[in-house]
Design a binder for this molecule. Structure first.
Ligand SMILES: Nc1ncnc2c1ncn2[C@@H]1O[C@H](COP(=O)(O)OP(=O)(O)OP(=O)(O)O)[C@@H](O)[C@H]1O
Ligand SMILES: [Mg+2]
Length: 149
Protein backbone atom coordinates (compact mmCIF):
# COMPACT_ATOMS: atom_id res chain seq x y z
CA UNK A 1 0.00 0.00 0.00
CA UNK A 2 1.27 3.49 -0.83
CA UNK A 3 2.22 5.80 2.07
CA UNK A 4 -0.12 8.54 0.83
CA UNK A 5 -3.19 7.81 -1.25
CA UNK A 6 -5.85 10.17 -2.61
CA UNK A 7 -8.77 8.31 -4.20
CA UNK A 8 -11.38 10.34 -6.13
CA UNK A 9 -11.01 13.33 -3.79
CA UNK A 10 -13.12 16.41 -4.46
CA UNK A 11 -13.44 19.69 -2.61
CA UNK A 12 -16.48 21.71 -3.60
CA UNK A 13 -17.23 25.16 -2.20
CA UNK A 14 -20.81 26.32 -2.25
CA UNK A 15 -20.88 30.05 -3.09
CA UNK A 16 -24.58 30.84 -2.91
CA UNK A 17 -26.03 29.34 -6.09
CA UNK A 18 -22.63 28.57 -7.58
CA UNK A 19 -20.46 25.52 -6.87
CA UNK A 20 -16.71 26.04 -7.07
CA UNK A 21 -14.71 22.83 -7.47
CA UNK A 22 -11.31 23.61 -5.94
CA UNK A 23 -10.29 19.97 -6.52
CA UNK A 24 -12.26 17.45 -8.57
CA UNK A 25 -11.86 13.63 -8.60
CA UNK A 26 -8.18 13.72 -7.72
CA UNK A 27 -6.36 10.41 -7.36
CA UNK A 28 -2.65 9.81 -6.79
CA UNK A 29 -0.24 7.88 -4.56
CA UNK A 30 3.07 8.79 -2.94
CA UNK A 31 5.52 6.18 -1.64
CA UNK A 32 7.35 6.54 1.67
CA UNK A 33 10.55 8.54 1.21
CA UNK A 34 9.47 9.86 -2.17
CA UNK A 35 10.17 13.56 -2.81
CA UNK A 36 7.18 15.13 -4.52
CA UNK A 37 6.60 18.56 -6.04
CA UNK A 38 3.07 19.67 -6.86
CA UNK A 39 3.01 22.08 -9.78
CA UNK A 40 0.08 23.83 -11.39
CA UNK A 41 -1.32 27.21 -12.40
CA UNK A 42 -2.64 29.66 -9.82
CA UNK A 43 -6.05 28.46 -8.64
CA UNK A 44 -5.41 24.86 -9.75
CA UNK A 45 -6.02 23.51 -6.23
CA UNK A 46 -2.50 22.99 -4.81
CA UNK A 47 -3.16 24.69 -1.47
CA UNK A 48 -6.54 22.96 -1.19
CA UNK A 49 -4.87 19.59 -1.77
CA UNK A 50 -2.18 20.28 0.85
CA UNK A 51 -4.70 21.60 3.38
CA UNK A 52 -6.67 18.34 3.04
CA UNK A 53 -3.53 16.20 3.32
CA UNK A 54 -2.44 18.26 6.34
CA UNK A 55 -5.74 17.72 8.14
CA UNK A 56 -6.68 21.41 8.06
CA UNK A 57 -9.50 21.07 5.59
CA UNK A 58 -11.86 18.20 4.85
CA UNK A 59 -12.70 16.68 1.50
CA UNK A 60 -16.26 16.94 0.20
CA UNK A 61 -15.95 13.37 -1.12
CA UNK A 62 -13.31 10.71 -1.69
CA UNK A 63 -10.74 9.00 0.51
CA UNK A 64 -7.42 10.27 1.88
CA UNK A 65 -5.11 7.65 3.42
CA UNK A 66 -1.77 8.25 5.13
CA UNK A 67 0.37 5.44 6.55
CA UNK A 68 -2.64 3.12 6.70
CA UNK A 69 -4.89 5.65 8.47
CA UNK A 70 -8.04 7.01 6.85
CA UNK A 71 -7.45 10.73 7.42
CA UNK A 72 -10.65 11.62 5.56
CA UNK A 73 -12.69 9.87 8.30
CA UNK A 74 -10.91 11.42 11.29
CA UNK A 75 -12.98 13.33 13.84
CA UNK A 76 -11.86 16.72 15.18
CA UNK A 77 -9.83 15.24 18.01
CA UNK A 78 -8.06 12.77 15.72
CA UNK A 79 -7.31 15.58 13.27
CA UNK A 80 -5.75 17.65 16.07
CA UNK A 81 -3.52 14.72 17.08
CA UNK A 82 -2.64 14.10 13.45
CA UNK A 83 -1.68 17.74 12.81
CA UNK A 84 0.33 17.89 16.02
CA UNK A 85 2.32 14.69 15.74
CA UNK A 86 2.29 13.43 12.16
CA UNK A 87 2.42 16.48 9.92
CA UNK A 88 4.99 19.20 9.28
CA UNK A 89 3.59 22.10 7.35
CA UNK A 90 4.99 25.37 6.00
CA UNK A 91 2.15 27.67 5.01
CA UNK A 92 2.03 29.72 1.83
CA UNK A 93 2.19 32.85 4.02
CA UNK A 94 4.22 31.21 6.83
CA UNK A 95 1.68 31.95 9.64
CA UNK A 96 4.33 33.11 12.11
CA UNK A 97 3.06 34.97 15.17
CA UNK A 98 3.92 38.58 14.33
CA UNK A 99 4.57 39.84 17.87
CA UNK A 100 6.86 36.96 18.80
CA UNK A 101 10.53 36.82 17.78
CA UNK A 102 11.94 34.08 15.56
CA UNK A 103 13.14 32.21 18.65
CA UNK A 104 9.80 32.62 20.43
CA UNK A 105 7.93 31.35 17.37
CA UNK A 106 10.01 28.16 17.39
CA UNK A 107 9.67 27.83 21.17
CA UNK A 108 5.90 28.16 20.87
CA UNK A 109 5.75 25.21 18.47
CA UNK A 110 8.14 23.17 20.62
CA UNK A 111 5.76 23.48 23.58
CA UNK A 112 3.15 21.30 21.89
CA UNK A 113 5.29 18.63 20.21
CA UNK A 114 7.04 15.52 21.49
CA UNK A 115 10.82 15.58 21.93
CA UNK A 116 11.33 19.13 20.65
CA UNK A 117 14.75 20.22 19.47
CA UNK A 118 16.46 23.28 20.94
CA UNK A 119 15.12 26.47 19.31
CA UNK A 120 18.50 28.21 19.03
CA UNK A 121 20.13 25.10 17.58
CA UNK A 122 17.54 24.60 14.87
CA UNK A 123 17.54 28.29 13.97
CA UNK A 124 21.34 28.16 13.67
CA UNK A 125 20.98 25.05 11.50
CA UNK A 126 18.93 27.05 8.98
CA UNK A 127 21.39 29.98 9.03
CA UNK A 128 19.41 32.28 11.34
CA UNK A 129 21.64 32.31 14.43
CA UNK A 130 22.00 36.08 14.32
CA UNK A 131 18.29 36.74 13.65
CA UNK A 132 16.73 34.92 16.61
CA UNK A 133 15.64 38.18 18.26
CA UNK A 134 14.05 39.56 15.10
CA UNK A 135 10.30 39.71 14.64
CA UNK A 136 8.78 38.20 11.45
CA UNK A 137 8.22 41.70 10.02
CA UNK A 138 11.96 42.29 10.21
CA UNK A 139 12.79 39.14 8.24
CA UNK A 140 12.82 38.50 4.50
CA UNK A 141 10.29 36.08 2.98
CA UNK A 142 12.92 33.33 2.76
CA UNK A 143 14.05 33.95 6.33
CA UNK A 144 10.45 33.73 7.58
CA UNK A 145 10.07 30.52 5.61
CA UNK A 146 13.13 29.06 7.37
CA UNK A 147 11.69 30.02 10.79
CA UNK A 148 8.47 28.26 9.77
CA UNK A 149 10.39 25.13 8.73
N1 LIG B 1 -12.85 29.10 0.67
C1 LIG B 1 -13.06 29.08 -0.64
N2 LIG B 1 -14.25 29.36 -1.15
C2 LIG B 1 -14.47 29.33 -2.48
N3 LIG B 1 -13.54 29.02 -3.40
C3 LIG B 1 -12.31 28.73 -2.94
C4 LIG B 1 -11.99 28.75 -1.53
N4 LIG B 1 -10.69 28.42 -1.39
C5 LIG B 1 -10.22 28.22 -2.63
N5 LIG B 1 -11.18 28.41 -3.57
C6 LIG B 1 -11.03 28.26 -5.02
O1 LIG B 1 -10.52 26.97 -5.27
C7 LIG B 1 -9.56 27.00 -6.32
C8 LIG B 1 -8.26 26.39 -5.85
O2 LIG B 1 -7.65 27.27 -4.89
P1 LIG B 1 -6.22 26.97 -4.25
O3 LIG B 1 -5.97 28.00 -3.20
O4 LIG B 1 -6.16 25.54 -3.82
O5 LIG B 1 -5.25 27.20 -5.52
P2 LIG B 1 -3.65 27.14 -5.65
O6 LIG B 1 -3.34 26.09 -6.68
O7 LIG B 1 -3.03 26.97 -4.30
O8 LIG B 1 -3.32 28.58 -6.23
P3 LIG B 1 -2.03 29.55 -6.01
O9 LIG B 1 -0.93 29.01 -6.88
O10 LIG B 1 -2.54 30.86 -6.51
O11 LIG B 1 -1.69 29.58 -4.53
C9 LIG B 1 -9.46 28.46 -6.75
O12 LIG B 1 -10.28 28.62 -7.90
C10 LIG B 1 -10.01 29.22 -5.58
O13 LIG B 1 -10.61 30.43 -5.99
MG1 LIG C 1 -1.74 28.19 -3.10
Amino acid sequence: MAFVEFADVSKIYQMGEVEVAAVRDMSFTIEQGEFVVIVGPSGAGKTTLLNMLGGMDSATSGTIMLDGARVSSFNRKQLTQYRRHDIGFVFQFYNLVQNLTARENVELASQICRDPLDADEVLAAVGLADRVRNFPGQLSGGEQQRVAI
